[in-house]
Design a protein around this ligand. Structure first.
Ligand code: RIB
Ligand code: CA
Length: 350
């Protein structure tokens, strides 16, 4: 007979694990930080991917200026949550501009309207009834991490302004974050490492280089998903047609938004930048990674916003941190996982 203290698992405990423990306890409690725009923007597709993945519990969505204005990001994400029947997920307004980077003629000539103060266009079906929370994104991020030390994953798929502000606002914040998965940067020394805004700078890091530098040097455990691996994930029309064979409110939204694109640009191929960052939390074995020191150039010159990776520190990178850097992808396993998740039915309203 076991002493009381050594009695096998108690009846109450047994009942809890048999009937009460959430069967679908997610692997990752996630703050989803995004420069969101509805599909075909990758942030819009990445959110749907995450919503349909039981490995990920989205605690809240924080918006930041990037692909478009912060206002557009918030307006679009509220509407997609309504279409997805996921209004319970709170949305928090984040930074409306980068820390230092100002609007420039160059910035207005390429992708991105992070500098815009124009009112957002109505999303498909009109503006959402759901409203953003009154708490700011940074206060939500700081409070959630403070109250759940060592448990929170931040998925950052836009400029890193909100994360840098949280690091600066809250002493001890970086030590309490479990991990940070970042879509951003480009590593010239690895294959496919050129930039997509300037010759060597990637968009998220280029919009807010100062924030990227603060975040990469914070000491938070980081998995970086740079353009090197984004370029291994090319979403073609063949896969689009497989996706829209399913008939759900979300695949109908994707079809409504992408059909005109394919009519105008029938051969368009879209890189799945942010979807790979989400896949990182679903199945890390999809990726090949290297551990590198990574730093960002914040000098306002020809390399503004350029990320540099190296196996050992180099002059000018003193203080840079090591991180896991993705450089290759098991495409077949990834794209089949993606299509399976994206075509799931939308949960019924409670
Ligand atoms: O460079 C690609 C990244 O910039 C993606 O996250 C895209 O959504 C934009 O934010
Ligand atoms: Ca993005």
């Amino acid at each position: 007979m076991f002493a009381k203290s050594q009695r096998p698992i108690g009846l109450v405990t047994l009942i809890f694990f048999l009937f009460l423990y959430p069967a679908s306890a997610a692997d990752h409690k996630v703050i989803f930080d995004t420069d969101f725009v509805i599909p075909p923007q990758d942030d819009g597709l990445a959110l749907i991917f995450a919503l349909h993945s039981p490995e990920i519990e989205i605690l809240g969505i924080t918006t930041v200026a990037g692909n478009d204005s912060r206002e557009r990001a918030t307006s679009d994400v509220l509407r997609v949550l309504e279409i997805a029947n996921r209004e319970e997920i709170p949305v928090f307004n984040g930074a409306n501009m980068p820390l230092v980077h100002e609007k420039s003629d160059f910035a207005t000539t390429g992708h991105g309207k992070w500098w815009s103060d124009a009112p957002p266009p109505p999303p498909p079906g009109g503006f959402a009834k759901k409203q953003a929370e009154t708490t700011s994104a940074v206060d939500f991020i700081v409070k959630t991490v403070r109250e759940n030390p060592g448990e929170i994953t931040i998925l950052a798929i836009g400029p890193l302004t909100n994360i840098a502000m949280a690091i600066r606002q809250e002493p001890g914040f970086a030590e309490r974050v479990k991990q940070l998965v970042i879509m951003g940067g480009a590593i010239a020394r690895l294959p496919d490492g050129g930039g997509n805004v300037t010759p060597n700078a990637e968009f998220n890091f280029w919009v807010d280089p100062e924030a990227a530098k603060v975040v990469l040097r914070s000491g938070i455990p980081i998995i970086l998903s740079p353009l090197n691996v984004s370029r291994k994930a090319v979403f073609t029309k063949e896969w689009y047609e497989k996706l829209v064979q399913a008939d759900t409110p979300l695949t109908r939204l994707i079809k409504e938004r992408m059909e005109p694109y394919y009519e105008k640009y029938p051969d368009i191929n879209l890189l799945m930048y942010d979807q790979l960052a989400v896949a990182t939390l679903i199945d890390l074995t999809l990726f090949k990674m290297k551990e590198l020191y990574v730093d960002v150039d914040i000098n306002h010159g020809l390399n503004y916003g350029v990320s540099v990776g190296g196996e050992r520190l180099w002059p000018g990178a003193e203080g840079a941190q090591k991180m896991q850097v993705q450089y290759d992808l098991d495409w077949e396993r990834f794209i089949n996982l993606y299509i399976e998740r994206m075509t799931k039915p939308v949960p019924a309203r409670d």
